[in-house]
Design a protein around this ligand. Sequence first.
Ligand code: SF4
Length: 628
Amino acid sequence: MSANAICGYAGKILRVDLTNERITEEVWDEATLRKWVGGVGFGAKVLYEEVPPGVRWNDPANRLIVASGPFGGTMVGGSANISFSTKGCLTNGATSTQANGFMGAFMKSSGADAVIFEGIAGRWVYLYIHDGTAELRDARHLLGKNTWETEDEIKAELGYADRQMSVFCIGPAGENLVKYAGIFGDKDHCAGHNGIGAVMGVKKLKAFCAPLGRTPVKVAAPKKLLPSIEAIWRDVQKDPGGKRIFDFGTAGSYETGEQRVAAGTLPVKNYLTNLYPEARLMTCQYVRERWSATPKPCWACGSHHCHMITITDGPYKGLKVEEPEYEMFAAWGPLVGNTDPAETLVISNLLTLLGLEGNEAGFITSMVIELYEKGVLTKEDTGGLELKWGNIGAMRTLLERITRREGAFADMLAEGIRHAAETLGEEAKNCAVYTMKGHAPRGHDHRAFWREMFDTATSDVGTYSSSYLGPPDPDTHSLKDRFSPEEVSTHIAKTKGRRQFEDALGVCSFCVRAPMRFLLEAFNSITGWDFTVKEAQDVGLRVANLMRAFNLRHGVGADLETPSPRWGSTPVDGPAKGISIAPHWDAMLDTYYRLMGWDRQTGKPLPETLRALELDSVVADLWRDTKV
Ligand code: SF4
């Protein structure tokens, strides 16, 4: 630990210049730490200050910031989360995406709060963080290895057993710059959005790793921390949504599956229908009861969420795979017309091994299946693949080809859904599900889930970025009518900041679905600070506004804040039949921009909004030619 380290922090940020293979250390002062806290806060600050307009995602000047936060490595449940920030390749705009596992705790106990990668290496390398320092090592022998092989080889090479070291890496998809490659770690965790794995790939950074180090994180008031951890856990289990994840993971129980059907939020056959009677098969309860399940919790986490599954019957008997998250059950079950859960498990695990993000891959696959079924695409176009609903074998081959960019069709699909839709023509543009900023949404039928559709379409980080669905919290807005345009847009504005603050702490969001005051009791016990709810919300809003300013300066503007035609279409069947968000969209933007303090025409944060968040320097950047 740095001599002047502040409680909750290792006290050091590593800057890795890949071009010159040079590593330097930085110490940030207390005022800077209070302003940005950690995680996505660090990421937003570095991204905005160091990546000017004109720098593209694949430019050496792009940064990749990997950061824990003050919770990282403490006994708060799930406190090994890390946040990744960069300029991503699907939107060519700001990105923030998180992963759990062990890295946040191990990196801090090895002496670093964050790592900033810059430049492009002259050879493939990986970063080994240990004992308060770090070194770049040759990674050429790891090229072409899948994510599990890479992790195992690095641990063997450095002499660490499983769970003594955390490794995050890219698979072949990241090496080949597939624009929805993710970063995978600790075997079943993924930071996936906006092509972050391709950013690692273009930098020729195959992996980074850290062992459980010798320096525990210093907590200011350990005796006070324990009751707040207990209070957070009590609330996680009190809330039905939190309890569902606690008991069965994100895909939940049979009841959860039925609730999704009743709500109309399962994405079925590229949104052509909303009916899927087999929903209970695509749940954790089903796979855990049918096959052999082994818990695989992250650092300090007591939840029954992450599991490994050994398939004990059928053609995949004996195969051990990770239990998919809900989004992978959705993408490789209903979305592509598959009803066999064994196939879902196998293809979902294949995505992890190849290093592909599954939401984008799922919506691309469902789009090309619809086009194939309609005769718009033929076998000649698909390289001989019979891309029909439920034909998982053909889908697996397609994903492998995309990963290798093998053939013109797969190479084009490797560029992402917006590019594919625009290349394939009008039919494709009309049936593809994507944000106009350039990425697929998460795996839901958002036509019955307006909150997340509106949030995702207006987000500045390449995935959704708002909302709070935990137990009642007097300090956080709650949503009562999911189809009320006014309520939904108000909810997204009023909860903005909460998620960003969580993502700055270095903790799994499933483990802190609790009122803000409990989070702050833990936060203040760890850091010794005296944060109020307002100060915490301001940190989150500062991050959200800075990411927005970054995007606006980089050409990702408010004109892109609408859904694609299919994404914003009206369901033809199911519980949301005939209900449409489209007529309300402009009015929702009116409400949202007004509450956020943003200009309605340009989407720019107003000068007074920026000044209130201590972002005075951004006023000049955004409003240079306007008298303010
Ligand atoms: S809830 Fe799941 S993802 Fe979060 S820390 Fe626990 S096991 Fe990991």
